[in-house]
Write a protein that binds this ligand. Structure first.
Ligand SMILES: [Zn+2]
Ligand SMILES: [Zn+2]
Ligand SMILES: [Zn+2]
Ligand SMILES: [Zn+2]
Length: 250
């Protein structure tokens, strides 16, 4: 079949049945997707030292937010004149980083600083994992501290106490989950376009396990024949996993 034939796919969360979640997560071990709120809830209930279990197939694996773009964002993503990073805006761990990204989008900081902060976002996530008793990644924690010291944001991230109490984190997590649920079903149409080959309606898609970026199955297969698979959007080395997706019956 033709990759450009329009077939609609469901984004419904199989757990809470939200029809169009504002964000989704994939279980990297199996490729099943849930809305991010349900995925966060499951991870929270699993406890911090266990990998969450996919409720659809019982595989233990980590979850990763999918980086999906709305149709309108895909249009601006293709327009090279605009330095817009919609994928970042979708997966913000904290309002402070959102503020930072908005600062960049307003042109008040340069791209180099911004890119450092992108790395910092990963570091910050790693710190949160550490706080939650997950697998703290010392390298990230060190890198985070180093960046704290050199970035021109005195006091900007002070509130991120690396030894913050787990109870506080759980409250924060619950707040985020509630907020995500509140945003579900008002989030508009999402693009299925492959940002790599620009095929607009691929039948099957794969997700990069390390970053959550999506590509079409053909692009993924082509990459698998190479010695090293690198996400073309963020340049991270990462395996891909096929995404479970269901077509909507016409
Ligand atoms: Zn859900
Ligand atoms: Zn599964
Ligand atoms: Zn493709
Ligand atoms: Zn990526």
């Amino acid at each position: 079949m033709d990759n450009n034939e329009i077939v609609l796919y469901s984004r419904e969360c199989p757990i809470c049945l939200s029809e169009s979640p504002c964000q989704r997560c994939v279980f990297t071990g199996c490729g099943h997707c849930l809305c991010r709120a349900c995925a966060e809830q499951i991870a929270m209930e699993a406890g911090v030292s266990h990998k969450p279990v996919c409720p659809l197939c019982r595989t233990h694996s980590t979850t990763r937010p999918l980086i999906e773009m709305k149709e309108i964002e895909f249009d601006s993503f293709n327009d090279e004149s605009k330095p817009v990073y919609p994928e970042l805006l979708q997966n913000l761990p904290s309002p402070r980083l959102e503020e930072l990204i908005q600062t960049f989008l307003r042109g008040e900081i340069d791209e180099e600083t911004y890119i450092i902060c992108y790395d910092m976002r990963l570091a910050e996530e790693a710190c949160h994992r550490g706080i939650n008793g997950g697998r703290p990644d010392d390298v990230y924690v060190e890198e985070y501290k180093r960046l704290m010291a050199i970035l021109p944001y005195d006091g900007y991230f002070d509130n991120l106490a690396i030894d913050a109490a787990e109870a506080t984190m759980r409250m924060e997590k619950q707040r985020i989950i509630d907020e995500l649920r509140g945003q579900d079903n008002e989030s508009g149409r999402y693009s299925r376009a492959c940002g790599n080959c620009s095929s607009l309606f691929p039948f099957h898609r794969c997700v990069f396990k390390e970053c959550g970026h999506l590509i079409c199955r053909s692009c993924s297969d082509e990459m698998k024949s190479r010695s090293q698979i690198i996400c073309p959007f963020c340049m991270k080395e990462s395996e891909t996993v096929p995404l479970f997706e269901h077509q909507i019956e016409a």
